[in-house]
Design a binder for this molecule. Structure first.
Ligand code: HPA
Length: 274
C-alpha cells in the first residue's frame, strides 16, 4: 500500500471531526503536553482511533491529537509522540507528521526534553534548535520515495527556519525569557549516554542530546513544512555532574519550566498567526 493511501485513510477519520483546518502543528515532548490543555474549542482525537497509528507507551505521553485555537490561531497539538526506542520504525514515528501536513499544516513547532551537553546550559533552560546531528544510524526516508510527498534527496541546509528562529528569539526577549540556541544531537536511546559519549557529542558540536525530534523534522522538511524546534534542557548530560540521570528528573524539570514554556510557545504561535 502506498503511503499516500495510508495518509488519506487516516485523514478521512480525522477530518469529519474538525471545525477548521489547522495551520500550525505542535509536537509536545515529554512533560510538555500541558500546552495542549490551553487550546480553545478543543477537539481531541486519540491516536488509537487513527488508522496506522501505533499505541504510545511512555510515561508523560498521552497519545492524542488536540485540535483547537491557540491565541486565536488554528493548531493541532500532538500530546505524546512515538519514539524509535519504543520499537517503532521511523515510518511509524513520522506518520503523524504526514497526516498533519495532509490536514493543512504549514508550519511545525517541535519540542522535546533534552540533556544539556553545553556546560553553560542549566536545567530549566529553553533552547531554540538551530541545527541537528542525526546519529540514529537510520533515516525515516529510507525506502522507495513517493514523489508526490517530497523529493528523493531533500535539502537539509536550513532545516530549522531562520526567520522562525529570529522571530522566536525576539519573542522570548519581549517576554524576558532567557533563551539559548544550539545544536540538537539525536541518539536512539533508550539508555542515556555515557560520560565518554557526552564528551564525544560536545566535540562533534552538539549542545543538547535527546531521543526524538530528528525523524519528525526530516519528514517535515521532506513534506515542505517550515520547522521551529525548541528543547527544554531538563538535566546536565551524563558525566557533567557526579550524579545519575533519571526520567523522574526529566519530568520534574519540565514541571518547573512548563509555565514559561507555555508562555513562550503561545507568544510564538500568536506571531506566526499574524
Ligand atoms: N540524554 C538523552 N535524552 C534525554 C536526556 C539526556 O540527558 N534528557 C532528556 N532526554
Amino acid at each position: 500500500m502506498s503511503m499516500e493511501t495510508m495518509i488519506n485513510e487516516a485523514m478521512n477519520v480525522i477530518k469529519p471531526e474538525l471545525k477548521e483546518q489547522p495551520k500550525i502543528g505542535l509536537i509536545l515532548g515529554s512533560g510538555l503536553g500541558v500546552l495542549a490543555d490551553e487550546l480553545a474549542e478543543a477537539v481531541t482525537i486519540s491516536y488509537q482511533k487513527v488508522p496506522y497509528f501505533p499505541e504510545s507507551t511512555v510515561k508523560g505521553h498521552a497519545g492524542q491529537f488536540v485540535f483547537g485555537r491557540l491565541e486565536g490561531v488554528p493548531v493541532v497539538a500532538m500530546q505524546g509522540r512515538y519514539h524509535f526506542y519504543e520499537g517503532y520504525d521511523l515510518k511509524q514515528v513520522t506518520f503523524p507528521v504526514r497526516v498533519m501536513k495532509a490536514l493543512g499544516v504549514k508550519q511545525l513547532i517541535v519540542t522535546n526534553a533534552a540533556g544539556g551537553v553545553n556546560t553553560s546550559f542549566k536545567p530549566g533552560d529553553l533552547m531554540i534548535i538551530n541545527d541537528h546531528i542525526n546519529m540514529l544510524g537510520t533515516n525515516p526516508l529510507i525506502g522507495p520515495n513517493e514523489t508526490n510527498l517530497g523529493v528523493r534527496f531533500p535539502d537539509m541546509s536550513e532545516v530549522y527556519n531562520k526567520d522562525l528562529i529570529e522571530m522566536a528569539k525576539s519573542v522570548a526577549g519581549e517576554h524576558q525569557i532567557d533563551i539559548k540556541e544550539g545544536i540538537y544531537y539525536a541518539t536512539s536511546g533508550p539508555s542515556y549516554e555515557t560520560p565518554a559519549e557526552v564528551r564525544m557529542i560536545r566535540t562533534l558540536g552538539g549542545d543538547a542530546v535527546g531521543m526524538s525530534t530528528v525523524p519528525e523534522v526530516i519528514v517535515a522538511r521532506h513534506s515542505g513544512l517550515e520547522v521551529l524546534g525548541i528543547s527544554c534542557i531538563t538535566n546536565a548530560a551524563s558525566g557533567i555532574l557526579d550524579q545519575p540521570l533519571s526520567h523522574e528528573e526529566v519530568i520534574e524539570t519540565t514541571e518547573k519550566v512548563k509555565a514559561t514554556f507555555v508562555q513562550l510557545v503561545k507568544a510564538i504561535v500568536q506571531k506566526m498567526g499574524e
